[in-house]
Design a binder for this molecule. Structure first.
Ligand SMILES: Nc1ncnc2c1ncn2[C@@H]1O[C@H](COP(=O)(O)OP(=O)(O)OP(=O)(O)O)[C@@H](O)[C@H]1O
Ligand SMILES: [Mg+2]
Length: 368
């Protein structure tokens, strides 16, 4: 290396991993920053079912040790070839408690001491057992009704989103990080990662539908804030179970069939049994939409589908037909640069990687 090479050697590009430990599969994405752009370096996924004696696509409950082993296995895979350990990890939505609380608008310093006191009222476990985080919800400027009526300025209020995660959950993730040899910069509740990956600067409310293996998470978000949420007790594995039962084939075979042709299976009854599972998800989604619209007196503009279930062939068309509104698949890989020849495959597998891409994007931004 010449003197000039050393002299002009640019700082190494930043690299970052996003690691999403879902109930049925771990998803990992590695990004690199070059000239201010996030570039996709590698990505991969590993099913957890087989680590628990179950099949691919099924949700598994595993101890931290086994999860750490699976993360290490995935990072080692030749096709994945991860080269950094710097990462952000997601925490399942179900392991968090969130409340929107109205508080006096006293500024960030005072809120810091008030939030833990206020949180006691909303969190059903002792406050020392949880880690608290919070953020002020930006207000749309308008004078309160009482102020207009009386002419006297009312004490200004502000909405604060309070998030609590149990210490046991944090400890579990710290154990995974240590055992898998990771350097974790943060833990983030998955819904925030998903939003970063699939939302644009949308001001109007959007419903994000994350269809995982055992459940489907619904979040209505508006300007970055979760306004409503609901978890439906059905997911993509229920489509496999229904298929396996109705056709009398093993869960493994049903999973392969489901992924190969989805709702477009030439055996019409195969598509029909899977649609029945989806009908339940649609109806719960409809209820969530209506409850929001009634409470806030405004419509949800769009539904965005993410999670492995959103890759089921034909699901988007079925959802469009059912909801009669704007429905689209989340395309998280659109937020990163990738080789053109990957375009199709990234569009198809994209929905499943929403959380991991959102995590990697945040970690990459924090690396600078
Ligand atoms: N191409 C596909 N067609 C149909 N279903 C698919 C496809 N790819 C994955 N799935 C299904 O998606 C599910 C996994 O989705 P995902 O990885 O989003 O779940 P998860 O993150 O593990 O779950 P959760 O978020 O609930 O913890 C599995 O049940 C799998 O069968
Ligand atoms: Mg998931």
């Amino acid at each position: 290396m010449s003197f000039l090479d050393t002299f002009f050697k640019k700082k190494d590009d930043a690299h970052a991993l996003g690691i999403d430990i879902g109930s049925s599969a771990i998803k990992i994405v590695q990004l690199r920053k070059k000239n201010g752009q996030a570039i996709l370096e590698t990505y991969g996924e590993l099913s957890l079912g087989p680590y628990a004696g179950l099949t691919v696509g099924q949700a598994a409950q595993l101890p931290a040790e086994k999860i750490a082993q699976a993360v290490a296995d995935l990072m080692k895979e030749k096709e994945v070839n991860v080269t950094t350990r710097k990462c952000g990890l997601s925490i399942p939505f179900a392991s968090s408690l969130m409340s929107v609380v109205e508080m006096p608008d006293v500024g960030p310093e005072k809120l810091k001491s008030m939030v833990p006191l206020e949180a006691r009222k909303y969190i059903p476990v002792p406050i020392q057992e949880v880690m608290l985080d919070w953020s002020v919800i930006p207000q749309v400027e308008s004078a309160p009704d009482e102020e207009i009526a009386s002419g006297i300025p009312a004490l200004k209020k502000t909405d604060v989103l309070i998030v609590a995660i149990h210490n046991d959950t944090i400890a579990r993730y710290q154990e995974i990080v240590a055992k898998a040899g990771l350097e974790a910069g943060f833990f983030e509740i998955e819904v925030f990662s998903t939003q970063r990956a699939v939302l644009d600067e949308a001001l109007r409310p959007v419903l994000i539908m994350d269809m995982g293996a055992a459940s489907t998470k619904l979040y209505i978000v508006e300007r970055g804030i979760i306004r409503a949420s609901h978890t439906v007790n059905r997911g993509a594995q229920d489509a496999t179970f229904a298929l396996s039962k109705s056709l009398g084939v093993s869960a493994e075979e049903a999973e392969v069939m489901k992924r190969a042709s989805g709702l477009l299976n030439e055996n019409k009854s195969a598509g029909e049994v899977m649609s029945l599972v989806l009908d339940y998800v649609w109806s719960e989604t409809q209820t969530t939409l209506l409850a929001f619209e009634k409470k806030h007196n405004k419509p949800v503009a769009k539904i965005l589908m993410v999670g492995g279930g959103a890759s089921l062939k034909g699901i988007l068309e079925l959802a469009k037909e059912n909801f009669k509104m704007d429905v689209a698949l989340g395309l998280p890989f659109n937020k990163v640069s990738a080789p053109a020849f990957l375009e199709n495959i990234l569009r198809e597998t994209g929905p499943e990687f929403a959380v991991s891409i959102g995590l990697a994007l945040r970690k990459l931004a924090e690396e600078e």
